[in-house]
Each structure stands twice: as C-alpha cells, then as structure tokens.
Write a protein that binds this ligand. Structure first.
Ligand code: B12
Length: 372
C-alpha cells in the first residue's frame, strides 16, 4: 500500500480542524500496513513541516497553524496507544526540550520513534528548566539525554543544559532545527552527538554513546570570543535596546504615526526578535546565523507584501545603539547593507542617522501576523 496519499488526507483534515477525520487517516494508514514509524515521520511530521511552509507563505493563519499542531498532538497519542507497549530493553533515554523552547512536537515524534525501537523513554515535553532536568537525571539514571530545540535563540540555554547534563556523567545527543541543518551548533556547543532526524537519532543511540569525555565547566571553554562580553551586554540590555529602537523608529518610518495598537505590537515583537537573533549570533560567533534569520524574515515579510527594506531602519537604529560593540556593529552594518534595495554585504550602511529609509515609509515589520 502506498503511503503517498496519507499526508494529503491528514493535511486536509487538520486544515478543516477535523480531529476525528485526522485520527481516521492515521488509523486507516496503520490498518493498510503502513508502519507506525513511517506514519509518525512521513505523514504527521511531513504535515507539520507543511504547516510551517504554508504559514510562512501567508497561506494559512496562526490560528490554523495552532489548530493543526494541537490535532497532530492528539493523533500522535492515538497512534501511541494503538501501536502497543514495547519492551523498552534497549536502554533508557530522557527526551526533553531546552528551557524556553515551546516546539515540543519534534521531540514528541523522536520520543515515539525511540519507544517503537525498544527504548524506555522519559518524555519531559516543552521548556524543561535545566535544574529540574538534572534532578530527573539523578533520579532515573538514563543512558542518554536527547535534547531538542527548534529555534536558534535557545542555543545559549542549550549550551548550559548540555554542559550541566554532561557534568552528571550522562551523554547528550541534540537535534532539531536550532542546531543547523548540518548540526554545526551541536559541535560548537560540545554535544556528544547530533542527528538530523529521529531515525538517525535512534540508530546513533542504538550504537551507544560513550560517557562524556571532557565535561566543560564554563561556556567560554567552548567559545573564547565570549570574553568580549558583547553577548552578555546585549542580552542583559535587550529590553532597553528594543525600547530605544522603537522610540526612534517613527523618525525612519513616518507611517508609524498611524499604526494601530496591533501594528505597534507586531513591530515591537519583530524588533525583539532582531535583538534576540543578534544576541545568539554573538554567542555562537556565527554571522551566518543572523543572516539566515534575516533572510527567513525577509521571505516572511515578502509573503505579506512588506518589502525587505522595511528591516533596514531597525537594523540601523540598533547599530547606532551598539556602535561601541565591534562584533555587533559589524553584523548589523552588513545586514543593513544586504537588505537595503541595491545594497551588498560588503558596503557600509548607506543610511545616515535621522534619514527616512526609502521603501519603508508605508510598511511595518511584523512576522507574526498579517500586514495591516
Ligand atoms: C508548530 C510550530 C509552533 C508551535 C509549537 C507547538 C508544539 N507543541 O510543538 C508554537 C505555536 C508554540 C510555535 C511557536 C513559535 N514558533 Co514555531 N513553528 C511550528 C512549526 C510550524 C512546526 C514545528 C514542528 O512540529 N515541526 C515538525 C518536525 C517534524 O520538525 P523537525 O525539526 O523536522 O523534527 C525532526 C528533527 O528536527 C529531529 N529532531 C527534533 N528534535 C530532536 C532532538 C534530538 C535529540 C534529535 C537527535 C533529533 C531531533 O527529529 C524530528 C523528527 O524526525 C515550525 C515550522 C517547521 N517547519 O518546523 C515553526 C517554526 C519552528 N516556528 C518558528 C517561530 C518563529 C516561532 C515563534 C518565535 C513564533 C512567535 N512569533 O512567537 C514561537 C517561538 C516559541 C518558542 N519560544 O519556542 C519558526 C522558526 C524560524 C527561525 N528562523 O528559527 C518556524 C520554522 C516557522 C517558520 N516557517 O518560519 N511554533
């Protein structure tokens, strides 16, 4: 029996908000002989990824995205209950999301795949405070921790969590989109292993992870560039930086004078995201992380008819606030040039202080909602 039609059937059901039909799709797939792991990853996982693409392209709303995810969580529970108990003799794994990480569904898919493959799994869900995770490790003594994160702003917290788990002698495998498509941030942050998907993770865990060899005590052991304090100061001052940029943004985007409360709120959220991703680029020392975030943001804005140039005033104002920060200034100057219509990454910022930015006077930055 071909599996190809099931993702489309599940997609149609979740988009209608039809939980019963969604469950039927999965039950039918299992009855038709599709194995449970394939249903988890190539039907439910594929639909979740499509949810992300369709939201980014502004073809479905935030509410539809939330409903789809909620239904898929219930569908996974049904699948888990119908596929029976497994012996769990392959070893014990704690699956948890990094503190502050809300994307629990990727971790849940991993947990279910590991159960199907015969591991005993303690699934702790979204945003697990590190101290509680460590208490859990002391109590249960697992063979490994599987730490999930989907959004790069959680990487500094992931680093501290990896280090804390390793200090208890438990090896850490990490995964999820936050660690980069090639796992580069997993290596940077000293994880014992990384895997691109749940199947590869199960194989790596089945092969066995050695006990952590060199537990690191301080973030700076892995990331010496942190000694310039730029990450620490930007993070500590994030609310003040956001407020300073928002206070001066109407100078650069005159149309803000007529913004609704919702538009002001979206703009504030977007400026906060810029500061957060700048901070994590300073933490990792990786300019590409900031560039990728801005590229993604520009695509999301474009899908909502907002030109990418709308990012430039916020980048420039932030650059002015952080002019004494060498690495941050450099990142912001390059980003501003790259997103200025006709600009390039090598050029200095073309926007003089106080000037209105062409193309940005009728638009707002808001990734999280629809354009006004
Ligand atoms: C559903 C969803 C949400 C839900 C999450 C609910 C839940 N219970 O999970 C909610 C609404 C809470 C949410 C919130 C946000 N989200 Co969101 N979300 C998504 C969405 C649409 C799906 C996530 C998902 O389930 N993916 C499906 C699985 C299959 O993904 P996967 O990563 O491929 O998982 C596999 C591997 O990564 C691996 N894996 C996963 N974990 C682990 C762990 C280990 C140890 C290993 C080895 C492997 C491994 O195995 C998995 C299975 O094979 C994604 C889009 C997407 N394409 O993923 C956006 C997405 C991740 N979200 C995004 C954003 C921006 C946000 C918010 C900031 C939005 C906002 N303005 O508030 C917040 C952040 C909240 C936070 N602090 O975490 C962006 C991130 C963009 C970026 N540049 O980083 C994305 C990509 C959306 C998009 N298309 O732009 N989100």
């Amino acid at each position: 029996m071909t599996t190809e039609r099931y993702p489309d059937l599940l997609w149609d059901a979740v988009l209608r908000g039809d939980e019963y039909s969604a469950v039927d799709v999965v039950v039918d797939a299992l009855r038709d002989g599709v194995d449970a792991e394939t249903v988890l990853l190539e039907v439910i996982g594929a639909v979740q990824q499509r949810v992300g693409r369709e939201w980014a392209a502004n073809r479905i709303s935030v509410a539809q995205e939330h409903a789809a995810t909620a239904i898929n969580e219930r569908v996974i529970s049904t699948l888990s209950l119908t596929s029976g108990r497994h012996d769990g003799g392959r070893g014990r794994v704690t699956v948890a999301c990094v503190d502050g990480e809300w994307h629990a569904l990727p971790a849940r898919l991993l947990a279910e795949v590991l159960r199907l493959r015969g591991f005993t799994v303690d699934y702790l869900g979204a945003q697990v405070p590190t101290a509680h995770l460590i208490t859990h490790l002391h109590r249960t003594g697992p063979d490994a921790v599987a730490l999930s994160s989907s959004i790069a702003t959680r990487l500094p917290t992931a680093h501290a969590t990896i280090t804390a788990c390793q200090a208890t002698g438990v090896p850490v495998i990490v995964g999820g989109a936050a660690f980069g498509p090639d796992g580069r941030y997993a290596r940077l942050l000293g994880a014992d292993a990384w895997a691109p998907d749940a199947r590869a993770a199960a194989q790596t865990l089945a092969d066995g992870l050695p006990a952590p060899a060199h537990p690191h005590a301080q973030p700076m052991d892995d990331l010496p560039h942190l000694s310039d304090q730029e990450y620490t100061l930007v993070t500590r001052n994030a609310p003040r930086l956001v407020a300073a940029v928002l206070a001066r943004l109407p100078e650069r985007i005159p149309a803000m004078a007529h913004y609704s409360d919702a538009q002001h709120q979206h703009t504030a959220e977007d400026v906060r995201h810029i500061v957060d991703f700048l901070a994590v680029a300073l933490y990792t020392g990786d300019a590409e992380l900031f560039e990728q975030f801005l590229g993604w943001t520009a695509e999301v804005l474009a899908a909502r008819s907002v030109p990418a140039g709308a990012l430039v005033p916020a980048l420039d104002l932030l650059g002015e606030e952080l002019r004494d920060f060498t690495r941050a200034s450099d990142l912001l100057r390059r980003a501003s040039a790259a997103h200025t219509p006709g600009g390039d990454t090598a050029a200095p910022s073309p926007v003089p202080a106080g000037a209105a930015t062409e193309g940005a006077d009728t638009t707002t930055l808001h990734r999280t909602g629809r354009p006004a």
